[in-house]
Design a protein around this ligand. Structure first.
Ligand SMILES: C[S@@+](CC[C@H](N)C(=O)[O-])C[C@H]1O[C@@H](n2cnc3c(N)ncnc32)[C@H](O)[C@@H]1O
Length: 201
């Protein structure tokens, strides 16, 4: 019964995302992230960029003892995420905050997270990282999605559409910083749309 309700909710989320052009993770990307999380077994997860709750619900489903806190700034997506999270039956394990993650007070969150998943505005990844690493437990991991930017990060900047250049430049700078940051072991995986894994030493 619960599983039926959950799969109905997940299908409804995917249908809604298609109908209203909400960018949620594709099955392959979320599948790969979940495999990584299953190895890590984080107890407390923080997500930046909930959209309508898809990845938060999938992570909660895959990790039965974990809790997820997630942040979404868009009003209608936040409202929809609330509905879907309630429908999924995981309302007790997922908290969603309606806020711009760059403005949210850290005081309302938990003092420490084992895993932080960044999946919000791509041009701002370094700012999210710099803010939220304060909440990362020692040995914890920050996962960043879309590092390949659907192939755009591999082509000369002059061939990238102008409106996306700053975002691509910012992502490349962030990647470089992380690969050279001695406080983290950083790995870039080509899976999905490119996941960067930064483990705090
Ligand atoms: C790619 S979607 C997230 C998809 C979601 N993780 C999933 O797979 O189900 C990115 C979301 O981040 C939100 N976002 C972007 N910048 C944000 C910010 N500064 N604070 C909070 N949310 C933000 C957007 O409104 C958007 O809904």
């Amino acid at each position: 019964m619960v599983n039926n309700q959950l799969s109905t909710t997940l299908q409804a989320i995917q249908d809604y995302a298609v109908a209203y052009h909400v960018p949620i993770m594709e099955n392959q990307g979320i599948g790969e992230l979940i495999e990584l999380l299953k190895v890590q077994q984080p107890e407390k997860i923080l997500e930046i960029g909930a959209a309508i709750g898809f990845s938060a619900i999938k992570m909660t489903e895959a990790l039965p003892t974990s809790t997820v806190d997630t942040v979404e700034r868009d009003d209608s997506r936040y409202q929809k995420a609330l509905e879907f999270i309630a429908q999924s039956g995981f309302g007790e394990r997922i908290r969603i905050f309606h806020a711009d993650a760059l403005e949210l007070s850290l005081d309302v969150l938990k003092p420490e997270y084992d895993a932080i998943f960044i999946d919000a505005a791509k041009g701002q990844y370094e700012r999210f990282f710099d803010k939220y690493e304060a909440l990362l437990a020692k040995g914890g991991i920050i996962y960043c999605d879309n590092m390949a930017m659907h192939g755009l990060s591999d082509i000369p900047l002059s061939e990238v559409p102008r409106r996306k250049r700053t975002m691509i430049r910012n992502l490349a700078t962030f990647k470089e910083h992380m690969l050279n940051d001695p406080r983290y072991d950083t790995e870039l995986l080509s899976s999905g749309d490119g996941i960067m894994i930064c483990r705090k030493k």
